[in-house]
Design a protein around this ligand. Structure first.
Ligand code: 2BA
Length: 108
């Protein structure tokens, strides 16, 4: 058994969640914030069997788009820089996916 932690863009989260549940994956959706851009994103927790991991990754990749994001980084916070200073352009996503091994899962 695996636990998948998938971080996706907020704009893709509804369609990713819908595609996963349609394919019978059980999903928990968390509202999260990226530490670099300090912009909201969505983290999915998905417990699933090892054999379903390739299909799960395929679905997440299919519905997660890469975007260019222009923003002040956290480097500028609290240092008195003018607005627009330390702006940076970064490619965000499609999705960042971690796959963890799970010792056991119980439901009571
Ligand atoms: P953020 O931390 O807000 O990062 C947004 C994007 O900024 C990243 O896109 C990456 O292109 C860039 N970036 C992040 N940290 C950077 C740094 N120290 N220097 C230069 N550029 C940096 P993604 O890699 O697609 O990541 C999107 C979001 O996924 C991240 O939002 C974070 O919430 C999460 N994430 C990505 N990799 C992670 C990791 N190794 N561990 C935990 N969370 C991760």
């Amino acid at each position: 058994m695996k636990l998948v932690i998938a971080i996706v863009n907020n704009d893709d989260s509804a369609v990713v969640a819908s595609a996963l549940t349609k394919e019978n994956f059980i999903v928990t959706k968390l509202s999260t914030t990226g530490g670099f851009l300090m912009v909201g994103n969505t983290t999915f927790l998905i417990g699933t069997e090892d054999k379903d991991i390739p299909r799960l990754k395929e679905i997440i990749a299919k519905y997660s788009r890469t975007r260019t994001h222009q923003a002040a980084t956290t480097e500028s916070f609290g240092r008195g820089f003018a607005e627009g200073a330390l702006q940076t352009e970064v490619n965000v996503g499609g999705a960042t996916v971690f796959v963890l091994s799970v010792d056991s899962m119980d439901k009571y």
